[in-house]
Design a protein around this ligand. Structure first.
Ligand SMILES: Cc1cc2nc3c(=O)[nH]c(=O)nc-3n(C[C@H](O)[C@H](O)[C@H](O)COP(=O)(O)O)c2cc1C
Length: 197
C-alpha cells in the first residue's frame, strides 16, 4: 500500500508549523497501523517551484494528452496522484482556503484523460485511492462551509476517491494561551483518523 503525503506546510514557523504537527501526528499513527506501507511525499519546495498554467502550457499539455503521451514530465504529479492507494494533504488555512502553491498543484493533478474523464453524464474519476484526508490549521474557528475543506471534498468526487475526511485545527490565533491545547486535541483526532485510514 502506498500513501501519498502532499506536504503543503508552507509556514513562517518552519519546523514548528502547526499544520506540520497535525501531519506528523497523522503520519506517526499511520506508520504504526500500517508498518509495511510506503509513504511518498510531495515536498513544499516542489510545490513552490511549480509554474502555474498559461495558454501555451495548456496547449502543450493538450497536445501530449491528444497522442496519449502520459509519460511526459508535465503528467508526473498526476500519475503519482492517480496511482496512490491513500492520500493525505496538509496545508494551512490561508486567505479562506490554502496557499496558492497547492492550487497550482491541483492544476497539475487535474489531467483530463488521466485522473478523470468525461462521459455523457459528466465527469468520472480515474484515481486508485479509496480515501483522502485533508489536514489544515487556521487562526479563526472552523466554519461549516470552510472553502479548503469543500474544495478537497469536491476534488475527491471528481477524482473518484470514495471517502473524504478532514481535520481542522481551528481558533489557533484567537488566544495564544489556548492554542497548544486546541492543537493537541486536533493532533489526537488526526492520529485517530490515521489508525483506520
Ligand atoms: C498568509 C496567511 C493567510 C492566513 N489567512 C487566514 C485566514 O484566512 N483565516 C484564518 O483563520 N487564518 C488565517 N491565517 C492564520 C493561519 O491559518 C494560522 O496561523 C495557521 O495555524 C498557520 O499554520 P502554520 O503554523 O502551519 O503556519 C493566515 C496566515 C497566513 C500566514
Amino acid at each position: 500500500m502506498k500513501l501519498l503525503f502532499v506536504n503543503c506546510c508552507i509556514s513562517q514557523r518552519g519546523e514548528n508549523s502547526r499544520t506540520l504537527s497535525l501531519a506528523r501526528a497523522f503520519l506517526e499513527a499511520f506508520r504504526a497501523a500500517h508498518p509495511g506501507a510506503e509513504i511518498e511525499t510531495v515536498r513544499p519546495e516542489t510545490l513552490l517551484t511549480l509554474r502555474h498554467f498559461g495558454p501555451e502550457m495548456l496547449n502543450d499539455r493538450d497536445a501530449l494528452a491528444g497522442v496519449g503521451a502520459w509519460d511526459a514530465p508535465v503528467f508526473d504529479l498526476a500519475r503519482q496522484f492517480r496511482a496512490a492507494d491513500r492520500i493525505v494533504v496538509a496545508a494551512p488555512f490561508w486567505d479562506l482556503s490554502f496557499p496558492a502553491a497547492l492550487r497550482t498543484y491541483i492544476e497539475y493533478i487535474s489531467a483530463n484523460g488521466l485522473t478523470y474523464h468525461y462521459e455523457a453524464d459528466g465527469c468520472h474519476g480515474d484515481c486508485r485511492a479509496e480515501r483522502l484526508a485533508y489536514l489544515t490549521s487556521g487562526g479563526d474557528v472552523e466554519r461549516e462551509d470552510s472553502l479548503g475543506v469543500l474544495y478537497w471534498r469536491q476534488l475527491c468526487a471528481m477524482f473518484g476517491i470514495g471517502q473524504f475526511d478532514y481535520v481542522f485545527a481551528g481558533g489557533l490565533d484567537i488566544d495564544p494561551a489556548k492554542a497548544p491545547e486546541l492543537l493537541e486535541a486536533a493532533c489526537a483526532l488526526a492520529g485517530k483518523l490515521a489508525e483506520t485510514f
